[in-house]
Design a protein around this ligand. Structure first.
Ligand SMILES: Cc1ncc(Cn2c(C)c(CCOP(=O)(O)OP(=O)(O)O)sc2=O)c(N)n1
Length: 524
């Protein structure tokens, strides 16, 4: 059995049979002879490859294999990798390496210091010291990604794959590694006691709640407590129904306004989120006097780096389950979900983003998954949409643009049972635009709504905030994404009115389509 054969068997044993990649000569010896049961998804740029893999991994909840070309391909993937780090996506990034004798002399395609290249983004990186250790190293890369919930990186010299595997290489095939983190009885008693003693508890829910499939359980806990519930700032997944009467919105991403929002609550229970991923620097006290914060996360690094509050490192799902067991039922009838206000209006030639989002709300099925990458329209988005299911919202977790178009392809591949809509800004689109080609090649029925405001709207807002409104480079006029999309094989239309937009959205897509609409610039 060759090293390559053991490697494919290891992947299969871990449920990995889809590989996202963009090849170079270093990767061909790995890719040749790929078993028929495997699927290779080609992206035309490594940023799109990782974006697709990230969306697919988030949609399936499984580790995903990525194969990139040496240093240059790995380098192109770094922006997309920053998102996967903060969505805690278990990607296994593999890259082809020159043959060992050619690395030191830095021959062409040598990935010099390969294990340093992807750090600090990846949680683990390795380049096996001999072909015989490639199978075990690949198994470790997969398990490390799962345990750390962070991408890993494995660099493999291209002549290793055709080497006869060591006699005991197959032993790694039968390994299983599980993680079980549940609070002990005394910790449970203390947590339940704290929550029961709170007079005005509040919940702050992070993206991990949706990633871990805890959307409904978190909703049940909030209703049991009757607690005001926020989504954590810098949100990349929606953990709670955004029109639920207890939902207070996404917490502001500034220190002072966040403390203000939580003022008056004596206990803030943070579930599945770092404390906190602030964004705009608005200094102030972390919490108001009298407010205590308790963070529950299985991300030990996030717990360690938080600047305030207490933390318990354990599975949020375990704590939610224990609280639901211990807390008495809440007899109060939940009030009705909130109704969106009439959308703000645009001009004769450009719609307001709220009108676009209201049209999506009114025309798309309730189980639609939205992949959103428009950075100045978040406020408009949450004012108009009505999302009541887990897996409804995906946003680039580190704000690294280029996620939206590719990740929508990945989500559609991972959840073919749910419609997928990409809501993409005309600035963001350019960073992951090649994902349209893969969408066309695979025929995934993704609807892309391209918001064309001719600017980097969020940067114009930031420029005002930072007193830098004279900064250049924030307008992007003259882009026509209908022609760009057609060039990648995706059918496209420019919707010239709200009626036309609604009519087109009401049609069910049979393949990928792009709907471009002119919008006015708004503030986040
Ligand atoms: C890879 C990358 N490059 C640049 C940026 C900087 N950036 C940029 C360029 C933004 C403008 C995005 O414009 P858009 O048209 O997609 O959306 P809005 O007009 O709604 O802001 S928001 C932002 O943080 C980024 N986040 N990621």
């Amino acid at each position: 059995m060759l090293v390559r054969d053991v490697a494919y068997e290891i992947m299969r044993r871990h449920g990995i049979t889809t590989i996202f990649g963009n090849p170079g000569s270093n990767e061909l010896p790995f890719l040749t002879g790929m078993p028929d049961s495997f699927r290779y998804v080609l992206g035309l740029h490594e940023g799109a490859v990782v974006g697709m893999a990230d969306g697919y991994a988030q949609a399936t909840g499984q580790p995903v294999m990525v194969n990139l070309h040496a240093a240059s391909g790995s380098g192109n993937a770094m922006g997309a990798l920053t998102n996967a780090v903060y969505s805690r996506t278990p990607l296994v990034i593999t890259a082809g390496q020159q043959v060992r004798p050619a690395i030191g002399p830095e021959a062409m395609l040598a990935n010099v210091d390969a294990t340093q290249l992807a750090k600090p983004l990846v949680g683990w990186a390795s380049e096996p010291s001999c072909a015989g250790d490639v199978p075990r190293s690949l198994a470790q890369a997969i398990v490390e990604a799962q345990l750390r919930r962070r991408p890993t990186y494995l660099s493999v010299p291209y002549d290793d794959w055709d080497v006869e595997a060591e006699p005991n290489a197959r032993a790694v095939l039968d390994r299983s590694v599980e993680r079980a983190a549940h609070p002990g009885p005394s910790q449970i008693a203390r947590l339940v006691g704290e929550v029961q003693a709170a007079k005005r508890p509040a919940l702050v829910l992070g993206g991990d709640i949706d990633t871990d499939g805890l959307f409904d359980q978190a909703t049940a806990l909030a209703e049991r407590l009757g607690a005001a519930t926020w989504a954590a700032p810098s949100l990349f997944r929606l953990p709670f129904p955004n029109r639920h009467p207890l939902f207070q919105g996404v917490l502001p991403a500034g220190i002072a306004p966040l403390a203000e929002a939580l003022a008056g609550h004596d206990l803030v229970l943070v579930l599945g989120a770092p404390v906190f991923r602030y964004h705009e620097h608005l200094p102030g006290e972390y919490l108001r006097e009298g407010t205590r914060l308790l963070q529950i996360t299985d991300d030990a690094e996030a717990a360690a780096r938080a600047p305030f509050g207490a933390a318990v490192v354990t599975e949020p799902g375990a704590v939610i389950g224990e609280l639901l067991k211990a807390l008495p039922d809440n007899p109060a009838e939940p009030s009705a979900y909130t109704v969106p206000a009439a959308p703000a209006e645009g001009t004769d030639t450009a719609l307001h983003p709220e009108q676009v989002f209201a049209a999506l709300r009114d025309t798309q099925p309730a189980e639609t998954s939205y992949v959103v990458e428009s950075t100045s329209t978040n406020g408009s988005w949450w004012r108009q949409v009505d999302l009541r299911r887990g897996g409804s919202y995906f946003f680039p977790a580190s704000g690294g643009l280029g996620f939206g178009i590719p990740a929508a392809v990945g989500v559609a591949l991972g959840r073919p049972d749910r419609p997928v809509v990409g809501v993409i800004g005309d600035g963001s689109a350019n960073y992951g635009i090649t994902g349209l080609w893969t969408a066309a090649q695979l025929g995934v029925p993704v609807t892309y709504v391209l918001l064309r405001n001719g600017s980097y709207g969020a940067l114009e807002w930031f420029a005002d905030l930072l007193d830098a409104s004279d900064a250049p480079g924030t307008t992007i006029p003259g882009l026509d994404f209908t022609r760009i999309a057609e060039g990648y094989g995706v059918s496209a239309i420019h919707a010239r009115s709200l009626d036309q937009l609604r009519a087109v959205l009401a049609e069910s897509p049979t393949g990928p389509r792009l709907i471009q609409v002119d919008t006015v610039t708004t503030t986040p």
